[in-house]
Design a protein around this ligand. Structure first.
Ligand code: EPU
Length: 421
C-alpha cells in the first residue's frame, strides 16, 4: 500500500497560518548539539518532520539521550555518548546526516559514517566539506560507502570555499570549534540557517564571528556546554505559503516569519502583481490580482532561493505571458515541470532553464513528488487545479514540511491522505 495526497482544488483559502521552525536549521542544530561536553541542549520549535525522526535514530545509535519535554522542546543530552560508526540506513534517508561528520570530527577527532542521501537534484558532491576537514589536519578515507575521517590533532586553518556551500560552511564550523587556534572560512555561505547554527554554538561557548557574511572566523575553545535555543522560522515553508496565498488565497496571513529572509521572493511577487503587505513578523496576501510573468534566477542567499524555484513555477503558469526560471545551484532541479505539464501547464525545459507559458488552467491528475520541493509545488498546483489531484511519493514532502495538509485544511483547503494499491 502507498500513501498519497488527494487535493480537491479551487477552494479559496482564507485565514492565518503559523510557520514552523526551519528544517534546514534544525537538521544542523541537532548534530551541533552533540558538541556539548557539559549537559543537555534544549531546542525549541523543532518541526515534526521525518528528517528529524531519522536524525533521532542516529542520536540513539550514538547513545545520545533525546526526548521531548512537557513544553514540546527537544532535549539532546550527549552526556553518555559513544562515538560508534554510523552505518544505520537512517543516514541515507536525508542529506543532513553529513553534519555528523563535522560534529563527530570536532568532538572526538574521528568520524565514521555512511554516505548521506537526500533529494536527487543532480550531482551533489561533498568535496568542499572534506577539503575543509583536511585543511584542519584530518585524513579522509572512503571505503565501500563509508567515510573514515580522523585527525591526531585539529588545528585552525584558512579555508577558501570554491563555492559558497551551505553544508560545507556549517560542517567546517562544527569541526573547527575545538581546533587549536583560529579557523577562517572565506567565501562562506551567508544563509540565515548558518547564522542560527553559529548563534547556538556561541551560546554553548564557541567563539564564532562573521556568520551571515562571507568571512567567518572560529577561535577554538576547550569546552562547550548545553544551552537553550529557539530555531528561526522556516523561510522556505514561509515562502511556500506566501506562494499558496498568491495562487489560491482570498486573504491569508502568514505568521512567525522573518520578512527580511524572503526579500527576493516578495519583490519578485510584487513584480508579478501580487498584492502583499509586510509587517514585522507576518505577511498578508490579498488574492485575486491578475498575475503577470517574470523571470527568476536562483542564487545563494540573499538571492532567489533554489528551494522556492519549483513552487514559484506553479504561480508562473497562472501569469499572463512567458516567464523564465534559470537554475544556477542544481542544474537538474526541473522534474516538477514534467508533472506540471501533465496537469495542463505549458513548460519547456532546456536545462538549466525552464520557460513557462501562461496562463494555463490546471487539471487534477495523478502526479509524483520526485523530491521535496517538487512535492510542495504539486500541492500548490493541486490547490488551483480543477478536480482532484493525486500526489504519489509524499514521503518526500513529509521529510520537510510539518503538518502541511493540516495547515492547508485550516485555511479552508481540502487535502487528505489515502492509502492506494
Ligand atoms: N557543492 C559542491 N561541493 C560541495 C558542496 C556543494 O560542488 O562540497 C555544490 C552543490 O552541488 C551545489 C552548490 O554547491 O551545486 C550549493 O550546495 P550547498 O552545499 O550550498 O547545498 P547543501 O548544503 O547540500 C542546502 C540545503 C538545500 C538547499 C541548498 C542551497 C540543507 C540540508 N539543504 O543544501 O535544501 O537547496 O543548501 O540553498 O540545508 C531543500 O531543503 O529542499 C534543499 C535541497
Amino acid at each position: 500500500m502507498k500513501r498519497v495526497f488527494k487535493i480537491e482544488g479551487q477552494r479559496p483559502l482564507n485565514g492565518t497560518v503559523r510557520i514552523s521552525g526551519s528544517k534546514n536549521a534544525t537538521v544542523a542544530l541537532i548534530p551541533a548539539a552533540i558538541l556539548s561536553q557539559g549537559g543537555p541542549v534544549t531546542i525549541c520549535d523543532v518541526p515534526e518532520i521525518s528528517d528529524v525522526e531519522n536524525l533521532t535514530v542516529l542520536l540513539n545509535e550514538l547513545n545520545v539521550n533525546v526526548f521531548q519535554n512537557n513544553e514540546g522542546h527537544l532535549i539532546v543530552d550527549p552526556s553518555n555518548m559513544k562515538n560508534v560508526p554510523l552505518e544505520n540506513a537512517a543516514v541515507t534517508k536525508l542529506r543532513a546526516s553529513y553534519y555528523f561528520m563535522g560534529a563527530l570530527l570536532g568532538k572526538y577527532k574521528e568520524a565514521r559514517i555512511r554516505m548521506s542521501g537526500g533529494c536527487y537534484l543532480g550531482p551533489r558532491p561533498i568535496d568542499l566539506h572534506l577539503k575543509g576537514f583536511e585543511a584542519l589536519g584530518a585524513t579522509v578515507e572512503y571505503d565501500k560507502g563509508m567515510y573514515y575521517i580522523h585527525a591526531d590533532d585539529l588545528r585552525g586553518a584558512r579555508i577558501y570555499l570554491d563555492i559558497a556551500s551551505v553544508g560545507a560552511t556549517i560542517n567546517i564550523m562544527m569541526a573547527a570549534v575545538y581546533a587549536k587556534g583560529r579557523t577562517t572560512i572565506e567565501n562562506a555561505a551567508k544563509e540565515p540557517e548558518i547564522i542560527d547554527v553559529a548563534t547556538m554554538l556561541n551560546k554553548m561557548g564557541a567563539i564564532i564571528r562573521g556568520a551571515g557574511t562571507n568571512t567567518i572566523t572560529i577561535d577554538g575553545v576547550d569546552c562547550l556546554q548545553g544551552c537553550f535555543h529557539e530555531i528561526i522560522p522556516d523561510r522556505i515553508e514561509a515562502g511556500t505559503f506566501v506562494i499558496i496565498g498568491a495562487a489560491a488565497g482570498k486573504e491569508m496571513i502568514i505568521e512567525n516569519i522573518i520578512p527580511q529572509h524572503l526579500e527576493s521572493l516578495i519583490s519578485k511577487l510584487k513584480e508579478m502583481n501580487v498584492n502583499i503587505e509586510t509587517e514585522i513578523d507576518r505577511v498578508i496576501i490579498h488574492g485575486g490580482n491578475k498575475l503577470v510573468s517574470a523571470d527568476v534566477q536562483t542564487q545563494p542567499y540573499p538571492g532567489f532561493a533554489t528551494d522556492l524555484q519549483q513552487t514559484i513555477t506553479v504561480l508562473m503558469t497562472q501569469a499572463e505571458g512567458s516567464s523564465m526560471v534559470r537554475e544556477t545551484i542544481y542544474a537538474e532541479r526541473f522534474k516538477h515541470c514534467q508533472e506540471l505539464n501533465r496537469m495542463g501547464a505549458r513548460i519547456d525545459v532546456s536545462v538549466p532553464r525552464s520557460m513557462i507559458h501562461g496562463p494555463t488552467p490546471l487539471y487534477g491528475v495523478e502526479v509524483t513528488a520526485t523530491d521535496l520541493r517538487c512535492g510542495a509545488a504539486l500541492v500548490v498546483a493541486g490547490l488551483i487545479a480543477e478536480g482532484i489531484t493525486t500526489i504519489y511519493d509524499i514521503e518526500h514532502i513529509e521529510r520537510g514540511y510539518e503538518n502541511l495538509d493540516g495547515k492547508i485544511n485550516e485555511l479552508g483547503g481540502h487535502i487528505w491522505i489515502e492509502e492506494v494499491e
